[in-house]
Structure formats: C-alpha cells, structure tokens
Design a protein around this ligand. Structure first.
Ligand code: 6PG
Length: 245
C-alpha cells in the first residue's frame, strides 16, 4: 500500500485535484479491463467534485459508457430524501452525465428494512462481479477501481462508526448499522472493511479543521488512532490517498 496526503487551501482546489485523479483512474482502469467501477461517498465534501465531473475538462475524459457507479454507504431514507447520498449524487452528477441507467447501482433503501437492503445490495455486488477486476481472489471480493470516502469528526468513514458492531464484520460485504449518534440519526447501510480494503485506489476527501488532528494521528499510524477511529483501519492493498482542506 502506498499512502499519499495532500493539503489544500480551498475546497475548489481539493475538488479540482480529486477530479483530475478521478479521470486518471478511470482511464487507467479502461487500459486494464473493460469497465471503471467507482464507489461514491456521501456527506457534503464530495458534492463540488461531483459537480466538476459534469463539466469540461473532466466530462469528456471519463468513459461514462464503461463506468459503473456504486455507493460506499447510504442512509436508510427514500432515494429522493434530502439526507440521501444517492439524491445528492443524482442532483450533482448523475442527472448530468451520459451514464447508462443500468450502470447506476443504487442502494435500495425502499426495501422493508436496512437488513434486507444490505442483503440485496450484497447480491447486487456479487451479480456485478463480472464488471469488477477482482484480481485478489480472497473470498472473491469485488475490487473497486476507485473508492471515495469521507471522514466524520469522530473518525468514522462510510457508515463505520466508532464502537459499532459492524466494525467487526469481516465476512459480509454489506451491513446495516444501528442508529449512529451523529446526524442524521437514521440507520445506515455500509460496505464493510473487507470490501473497502480491497479497493485498488481509495481516496479520502476530508474537510474541516476540526478533523485535522485525527487525520494526522491516522497518517502517523498511531495505535490509539487505529483503536479509536474507524477511518484508521482503512488500509487497502493498493493506493491510499488523502486530500484535506
Ligand atoms: C455519509 C458519509 C460519511 C461522510 C462523513 C463526512 O453518509 O454521511 O458516507 O461517511 O463521508 O460523515 O461527511 P462530510 O464530508 O459532510 O464532512
């Protein structure tokens, strides 16, 4: 694993660098195999990146017809709810790019329970294995070309929250979480560590000065950070990149 961290002065500069990386990874993926698979993150930080990807010079550099979009996590709310990660990505990105509708792999939060949603999404990942380049044959894991992650002020990432039972999930690929003690107070569905750590390139986009001390502890590989902050346990076999503002 190679780790790289970059500090930016503005969200615009961070989002430009992230858009450049997104294009590079997309193009490199098409050289290696037939598709580009990406898991989007939610929250607020990635929104400007998504808006940039709909514009030149990025729009025409991404092979949208060969791109498959997934989510790293989702809130258990309707897909048109203001708290939905899908709704945010749909408004900022998906509605504005020529992505085949069958390449949009939304986490189906209209199902009866978060548990059922997690089971169905895991089935979706297993069905889509043909579009993944799962070079690491460990448990036939889906290997995303790119995974976008954020980090909360408590060191959570995706919907892996401190002290959550989901942190100890090493078999299932997708899990339903309890209600976190962070807003929005709704249950979540999240990819688990095995899938997140199988990613070929994992990019953290982190905004907020109050998070910098946690990020520094993580980058220093402190044992305490590893025990306290779920984001510290993201150690992909490929590239781990941090973009901070
Ligand atoms: C979510 C995200 C979550 C987010 C962090 C950071 O569903 O909210 O997946 O992990 O990335 O909470 O959010 P901000 O980028 O808004 O600070």
């Amino acid at each position: 694993m190679t780790t790289n961290a970059q500090q930016f002065q503005t969200l615009q500069a961070l989002s430009t660098a992230a858009a450049e990386l997104f294009c590079r990874v997309a193009q490199q993926s098409l050289k290696e195999h037939a598709h580009f698979t990406v898991a989007l993150s939610g929250g607020s930080t990635p929104r400007l990146l998504y808006e940039y990807l709909c514009q030149e010079p990025y729009l025409s550099r991404i092979p949208w017809s060969k791109t498959h979009i997934f989510w790293g996590d989702e809130r258990y709310v309707p897909s048109d709810h203001p708290d939905s990660n899908f709704a945010m990505a749909s408004q900022a990105l998906i509605q504005h790019v020529p992505l085949p509708v069958e390449h949009i792999h939304r986490i189906p939060t209209e199902l009866a329970s978060p548990e059922q949603t997690a089971e169905v999404y895991e089935t979706t990942l297993r069905k889509c294995l043909s579009v993944f380049d799962h070079r690491s044959q460990q448990n036939n894991l889906p290997v995303f070309d790119l995974i976008l992650l954020g980090m909360g002020p408590d060191g959570h990432t995706a919907s892996l929250f401190p002290e959550s039972p989901v942190l100890e999930e090493h078999t299932r690929w997708v899990a339903a979480t309890p209600v976190p003690n962070l807003n929005p107070p709704v249950r979540r569905i999240t990819l688990t560590y095995p899938v997140l750590n199988a990613g070929k390139t994992v990019l953290f986009l982190v905004s907020g000065k109050q998070k910098q001390a946690i990020v520094q502890q993580i980058l220093n590989h402190s044992q305490e950070a590893r025990q306290q902050y779920p984001a510290a346990r993201i150690n992909p076999s490929g590239n781990l990149l941090w973009m901070l503002v």
